[in-house]
Design a protein around this ligand. Structure first.
Ligand SMILES: Nc1ncnc2c1ncn2[C@@H]1O[C@H](COP(=O)(O)OP(=O)(O)OP(=O)(O)O)[C@@H](O)[C@H]1O
Ligand SMILES: [Mg+2]
Length: 236
């Protein structure tokens, strides 16, 4: 089933158009990887979906409902979650408090505590560290916390912008494995922007390549040849 139908004519910042003619259908419960060189507009695409770009034109259907004009808060409430590029955790707060912020719509304290218990088990590196200051976590642990926080409200769609950023190469396959585990365990639809093409393709059902703000490839990972990858990343 199609969960997102994206038809963005154009989007960008101020008067600048960054992405254009983005037509995509995202299937429920699939992982879709977005790849492409720096500046291609990958982050802008996720930002357009959540609704934090200055200008946009087009349509985004979520469960067949038009959402392009709804606020980011409303989208989060309705099950779309976004972890932006860079490790975003509240450094002055501990792990548990970070998770509580992610669960801000859960009114009952008991329910909130239960949800934290439930979610934290998926994240082995932070699960016994609820009282630790988030600022003292390693890069990989912060990224786990950011993802755990984004899952607190049981989103249907999880959007991740370069979760591998700043991770030691040895931790990359762990990070990708974790994302796949979330996808399978909770049935979460995942949209992931990633520069580490080989690693992300291993866990993805679909891949979309962007170049200069436009889609230059969409298909299954095994349809994306090495030649094509080179072509996408070669500067023009
Ligand atoms: N807030 C902003 N205001 C103006 N221009 C912006 C803004 N954010 C991004 N841009 C521009 O939009 C273009 C696309 O940026 P975007 O961040 O979407 O690329 P990206 O594919 O995510 O790149 P990277 O792989 O480096 O993260 C770039 O030219 C960038 O300079
Ligand atoms: Mg980016």
């Amino acid at each position: 089933m199609i969960i997102l139908k994206i038809n963005i004519t154009q989007a960008g910042y101020g008067k600048k158009v960054v992405i254009k003619d983005i037509n995509l259908e995202i299937n429920e419960k699939e992982i879709t990887a977005f790849i492409g060189p720096n500046g291609a507009g990958k982050s802008t695409l996720l930002k357009t979906i959540i609704g934090i770009v200055d200008n946009f034109d087009g349509s985004i259907l979520y469960d067949n409902k038009e959402i392009i004009l709804t606020s980011p808060e409303e989208k989060v409430k309705n099950g779309i979650s976004f972890v932006p590029q860079g490790n975003r955790v509240f450094e002055g707060l501990n792990v548990k408090e970070n998770l509580e912020i992610g669960g801000y719509l859960i009114k009952s304290k008991k329910e909130l505590a239960l949800r934290i218990d439930e979610i934290i088990n998926t994240f082995p590196d932070i699960k016994d560290r609820l009282k630790q200051n988030a600022g003292n976590l390693s890069g990989g642990e912060k990224q786990q916390l950011a993802i755990a926080r984004a899952l607190m409200l049981k989103p249907k769609i999880l959007m991740l912008d370069e979760p591998s950023l700043g991770l030691a190469p040895g931790l990359l396959s762990n990070a990708m494995g974790l994302i796949k585990e979330i996808n399978l365990k909770y049935g979460t639809t995942v949209l992931i922007v990633e520069q580490k093409v080989k690693d992300v393709l291993k866990i993805s059902d679909k891949v979309v390549a962007l170049k200069l703000g436009e889609i230059v490839f969409k298909g299954k990972p095994d349809e994306l040849t090495d030649m094509k990858v080179k072509e996408i990343f070669i500067s023009s």
